[in-house]
Design a protein around this ligand. Sequence first.
Ligand SMILES: NC(=O)c1ccc[n+]([C@@H]2O[C@H](COP(=O)([O-])OP(=O)(O)OC[C@H]3O[C@@H](n4cnc5c(N)ncnc54)[C@H](O)[C@@H]3O)[C@@H](O)[C@H]2O)c1
Ligand SMILES: [Zn+2]
Ligand SMILES: [Zn+2]
Length: 361
Amino acid sequence: MSQTVQGVIAPAKGAPVELVDIVVPEPGPGEAVVKVDACGVCHTDLHYREGGIGNEFPYLLGHEAAGVVESVGGGVDGVEPGDLVILNWRAVCGQCRACSRGRPWYCFDTFNAQQKMTLDDGTELAPALGIGAFAAKTLVHAGQCTKVDPAVPATAAGLLGCGVMAGLGAAINTGGVERGDTVAVIGCGGVGAAAVAGAHLAGARRIIAVDIDARKLEKARELGATDTVDATSQDVVEVVKELTEGFGADVVIDAVGRPETWQQAFYARDLAGTVVLVGVPTPQMTVELPLLDVFGRGGALKSSWYGDCLPSRDFPMLVDLYLQGRLPLDAFVTETIQIGDVEAAFDKMHAGDVLRSVVVL
Ligand SMILES: NC(=O)c1ccc[n+]([C@@H]2O[C@H](COP(=O)([O-])OP(=O)(O)OC[C@H]3O[C@@H](n4cnc5c(N)ncnc54)[C@H](O)[C@@H]3O)[C@@H](O)[C@H]2O)c1
Ligand SMILES: [Zn+2]
Ligand SMILES: [Zn+2]
């Protein structure tokens, strides 16, 4: 039997979000219905609302979530009702050209639920990143459910479903930060702050946080930054070099995603170092560089999709580190809010007042 629950939709491009009744079908083969316990408000939800990602309105927003499996369809053996799961937006297929070469974190054919959730009148909803978790319950592909230790609070666990995983993974997976490395992170919002925490966890000896907002720099220090750079008054490249014996950092992570921040990352990096782009640029943005600098500085220029995470490998591991007190996920939760407060949370995000607002259900 299908169920009717409340959910937050973006009805049309640029329009405020609305709390409405949505119909969640019984899970079909390979699908699961999850009772959502917590869902973080991510920049990408705002991008959907503004029409920056697609034009398939109405969207069912929310994609950074944890909850409990309520029911599963036929052929599902990885999770069962009662499991605490983090929802992921990259359920790997196991068969595409990336998966078959043993690189499933690049999977090019990830799974989502086949059936659609709808409005009361039958209008089909497009769930954000194939999840749609600003809702009491949501329908997903069972592969989007990653089981974790039920001792973790859902507010902390859900963060691993998007922004915090993207930042941690940019440092640990894509950047390959190791014990003893020097690291700079440009932009310390939710994603960049998580990259700072990731560099700390990996044993970086120097972690330089860069932002234009003093509140973000203070938070970055709490999460392990050894030095901070105020990009409104300081020359980012010069200061990063000064702090690294004149050489530049081994790994520089751009968690803003603008041409000027990416160029700072490029030149604030030591010879043979690594640049990781995790902030998402817009289609209009371009960079121009002397090709000789690209050659002469060597190293690697990488982009990080979802922190190059493999949910089945990374989520349970990071939850275990949280439970040991080694990964301060609670520090990312600035506030918990009700499901009707998503629009207000977008305003706070826009003003830079929060790392994460988390809807609790
Ligand atoms: N690659 C992925 O898989 C992935 C996943 C989630 C989010 N993202 C992207 O990561 C980016 C950051 O997301 P977020 O949630 O942290 O956003 P956010 O708005 O919370 O953080 C951005 C931070 O950058 C700072 N900033 C802005 N301009 C700056 C500049 N010129 N120099 C230094 N700092 C500057 C802001 O003060 C803010 O603290 C976004 O582009 C988002 O879309 C990427
Ligand atoms: Zn695949
Ligand atoms: Zn997100």
